[in-house]
Ligand binder design. Structure first.
Ligand SMILES: Nc1ncnc2c1ncn2[C@@H]1O[C@H](COP(=O)(O)OP(=O)(O)O)[C@@H](O)[C@H]1O
Ligand SMILES: [Mg+2]
Length: 260
């Protein structure tokens, strides 16, 4: 089996706190893979390790058999990685389209410097990227919002902007951190359809962190359940939802919330 993403014994410590404890799993090429677990389980921290925002304390992270652990985020784009954030960081006064184009610098011939300086030789690429960005926005239902400031859109729709921004880099490995948070029922349904179509059309592997179990069930081939930085279970979404230890971990979270 070809693993697009392979984690082996990934550990992450902050001071004396263990955030990730020997996390190991493979994500097959072209899979849609779920990463679930209660709040504080370490899901976002694991994404941060994969995307180079955190450096694991030990362990191996490989994309297509290339060791990438500890590489800077900018270097990971060259390995085909793109991600969205649990809390999108957008330029709120810039338009929706401009926010999507911020994802494009990795594909322009002159690289980030000439892009930010708007050197003339990038002009043609910039034009075609704008067209691609508009097409992506159209695809996620944000076509008519392309030219309005991002702060006029709801938090849920900011996730759509981030998705387009990530897709503009034509990733082969896409990490989505709680993409459905803040979306209406109808928006979740269209998000599911969009991700399914992306996978059916092209060479893309998707890892999704999400609490919305309907979405996880509808989209994922496999899931890993994390709890307190450890792997509780690897299996199908249906297995996760009926597993006694997983149910207990989520019930523990409700108790925590109740006490807070
Ligand atoms: N930069 C950091 N410094 C210290 N602790 C951190 C840092 N990032 C995450 N953590 C801790 O790691 C744990 C897991 O957090 P997180 O990965 O955000 O969980 P999840 O995304 O599953 O809700 C939490 O206890 C959090 O406080
Ligand atoms: Mg998180």
């Amino acid at each position: 089996m070809e693993a697009r993403l392979r984690l082996r014994d990934v550990n992450l410590n902050f001071g004396g706190i263990t955030v990730l404890d020997d996390v190991s799993f493979d994500v097959e090429a072209n899979a849609i893979f779920g990463l679930v677990g209660p709040n504080g389980a370490g899901k976002t921290s694991l994404f941060n390790c994969i995307s180079g925002h955190y450096k694991p304390s030990s362990g191996s992270i490989a994309i297509d058999e290339n060791e990438v652990s500890g590489l800077a985020p900018s270097r990971l784009a060259a390995h085909g990685l793109a991600r969205t954030f649990q809390h999108p960081a957008l330029q709120l006064t810039a338009t929706v389209l401009e926010n999507v184009l911020l994802g494009a610098h990795t594909r322009l011939p002159g690289g980030p410097v000439s892009w930010s300086l708007r050197l003339p030789f990038t002009a043609r690429s910039e034009h075609s990227l704008r067209e691609e960005a508009r097409a992506l926005l159209e695809r996620v239902g944000l076509g008519s919002a392309a030219d309005v400031p991002a702060d006029e859109l709801s938090h849920g729709l900011h996730k759509g902007i981030e998705l387009c921004r990530a897709l503009l880099s034509k990733p082969k490995l896409l990490l989505l951190d709680e993409p459905a948070a803040g979306l209406s029922h109808g928006e979740v349904e269209s998000f599911i359809a969009t991700v399914k179509a992306l996978r059916d059309e092209g060479d893309i592997t998707v890892v999704i962190v999400e609490h919305h179990m309907g979405l996880i069930s509808a989209l994922t081939d496999r899931v890993v359940v994390l709890d307190h930085g450890r792997t509780l279970l690897e299996g199908t979404a249906a297995e996760a939802q009926t597993n006694a230890r997983v149910i207990e971990a989520y019930l523990g979270q409700e108790d925590d919330d109740g006490a807070a």
